[in-house]
Design a protein around this ligand. Sequence first.
Ligand code: 5CA
Length: 460
Amino acid sequence: MLLSNSFIPILKNNPSEAKIKSHQLMLRVGMIKQASAGIYSWLPLGFKVMKKIEQIVREEQNKIGAQEILMPTIQSSEIWKESGRYDDYGEEMLRITDRQNREMLYGPTNEEQVTEIFRSSIKSYKSLPQLMYHIQWKFRDEIRPRFGIMRGREFYMKDAYSFDVSDEEAFFSYNKFFLSYLKTFKRLDLTAIPMAADTGPIGGNLSHEFIILADTGESKIFTDKRIFDLNSDDTQLEKSSLEEMRKKYEQFYAVTDEKFNKDEFEKIVSKENQLITKGIEVGHIFYFGDKYSKPMNASVDLPGGKKDFVKMGSYGIGVSRLVGAIIEAKYDEKNEIMKWPLSVAPYDIALIPMINKNDNSALVKANNIYSELLKNNIDALIDDTDENFSSKIKKMNLIGAPYQIIIGKKSEGDLLEFKETGGETQNLPLNKIIEIIRQDQATNPDQPRCHPGRVVGAAT
Ligand code: 5CA
């Protein structure tokens, strides 16, 4: 893609209304544009990143056997009256009346809708478990929308729901999502810590928030540092292995402030292992048994002939929030350098030719490199504008493709000036560069790579 053809409206300076670095960068490089308070349009750069995150989330859901559906954004109030949440949800719910005077609402979450789908078809334990998810816009009329898409009113969420015959089976489902979340965040190059959490308006008594550390996060956390050394790499998708994995995490104290108890913390965690800091909640999982199935009468036949209400859990990931969370984790604000993880980068590599008025050769060379990269499934952005070199570099550092090639006087012959964004320059031939990027891609093999936009072969 040529920069001159892209809609990437970059601002010269940091927008003054943005208080945290993710919001600053997203406005600065034109990833989003505010439509009204807490509501945003997603422009090409931001949209591309969000869609790549969505795809990773989707693949990891599919791996645990969750089935993708799509429920509407607009729901009928009837089902919410059945569950009893229509009144409880309060002013965060955006209520709408249609022309027949029916009470509708813009869904803040989908427990009721999915329970209604389930109960109309599934009648027997034999069809269980069922795991279903969708990735859909939500609306919550947050009293204080802030930090851009981090706490929006409209936001994009992956929400999944599990249906099981017993508590034991339901914990198995819960643990599958627990593992799936650890793997999802790892593929996004984030360390997310599962923390015991309150259940709020979703309900139930078992819940974990997945938190990434960030000074600008809205969640206060209290934890044993050693939890950061854990990983879930050896976990198998079967009951005992998953239980073991969850126990491994739960052995360490890790809670958000709603669950915090100072005496307990100081008693359980040695001084040197105590960590009190802030973080961003990127996912939240809940087990709530028959909280919805009972009032909504979603029951199944059991093996012995009796009936029981199905046992449910729900599992959310803030897909749009993750765009900001990755920036909070990766953006070097001081030097104004963003380096996206390759798995979600809007472009894999930036080509920066030094063009002057009467010599087009660097751009021709950039186009040839572009075609070669494309053949290898590497998606490049060429800065074909005639701005000066330092402002080109500045711009590309903000856009954040994880690799850069500078095509200037020095790149005569086979060797190119190549670097990881923000890193040291190396002089390498193109085939070696391709090898490095291909290797990086291979650490994330499921990700479909190239989104070539407009092919530039014809440019001169
Ligand atoms: N039904 C449950 C699980 S599917 C649920 O709604 N959980 S939640 O309320 O915790 O939301 C799930 C995730 O959505 C959160 O962990 C957070 O990452 C994201 N999220 C929640 N509210 C917002 C918001 N206002 N703006 C952006 N992301 C949000």
